[in-house]
Design a protein around this ligand. Structure first.
Ligand code: KIV
Length: 264
């Protein structure tokens, strides 16, 4: 499989080819996902919940993400790997650069930060220093205590307009990709149309430029709970490689996410 870069991903958006992404935390799954058609691997701070068993992602450290990024990178040199910047690791532009450098040196191709316009200076500095950035809007899990739980975001028009403005600010600052999580599908489409960079959705309907799932949700082993926006692809296919291929095929054909997996 050809090596994927930020240019490949930008071209996929321009040409309307859907981008497929999954989280992974080790070499074996990263290689399996890549070999079966996944374009992007995210070393998500979701590992605080699915690997470490926490109730949220706040306990995850930069060292944790660096360790798992090295594991994922060992799975293949060809992978396009995004590493999550943990809670409080990017609250100032300088600390953002230092922590992002640790993740890039561990094998990441891009780092992901949760938040909108307030990240402008950090993102501008990161990109000036040669570090590609992915933004993350909507239900940003590091803010779960501000939201009062894992809740859909952007249902009110004022909140929706703010999220669109945030996406545009991230793009102006230099971000080259955005993840949007748990927002109504109509808002996800507005955000996707409002920026030229790829927008990857999770719980955001099918109108985004691509889809990402936490790997444990893809195979139905997230502590007995499958979020509404996810689907157990293992149930349908019976083995991991086929589950991954089906996820990619269904994203590309527009079959996933279907009406049952979206918020209106
Ligand atoms: O940490 C993570 O896995 C994520 C995805 C839910 C997008 O940020």
């Amino acid at each position: 499989m050809a090596k994927i870069s930020v240019s490949t991903l930008a071209k996929m958006k321009r040409e309307g080819t859907k981008i497929t992404a999954l989280t992974a935390y080790d070499a074996s799954f990263a290689k399996l996902f890549h070999d079966n058609g996944v374009d992007v691997i995210l070393v998500g701070d979701s590992l605080g919940m699915v690997l470490q068993g926490g109730e949220d992602t706040l306990a995850v450290t930069t060292d944790d993400i660096a360790y798992h990024t090295r594991c994922v990178r060992a799975g293949s040199k060809e992978l396009f790997v995004i590493a999550d910047m943990p809670f409080m690791s990017y609250s100032e532009p300088q600390s953002a650069c230092q922590n992002a450098a640790t993740l890039m040196r561990s094998g990441a191709n891009m780092v992901k930060l949760e938040g909108g316009e307030w990240l402008y200076d950090s993102i501008a500095l990161l990109t000036q220093q040669g570090i590609p950035v992915c933004g993350h809007l909507g239900l940003t899990p590091q803010s779960v205590h501000v939201f009062g739980g894992f809740k859909i975001q952007g249902r009110e028009e004022a909140q929706a307009q703010k999220m669109i403005a945030d996406a545009q600010a991230l793009e102006r600052a230099g971000a080259q990709m955005i993840v949007i999580e748990c927002v109504p599908s109509a808002l996800a489409k507005r955000i996707t149309d409002a920026v030229a960079i790829p927008v990857i959705g999770i719980g955001a309907g099918k109108e985004t430029d691509g889809q990402i799932l936490v790997m444990h949700d893809l195979v139905g082993i997230s502590a007995g709970y499958i979020p509404k926006f996810s689907k157990n692809f293992l149930l349908e296919t019976g083995n991991m490689p086929e589950a991954v291929k089906k996820f990619c095929a269904d994203v590309q054909s527009g079959e996933f996410p279907g009406p049952d997996h979206e918020f209106n």
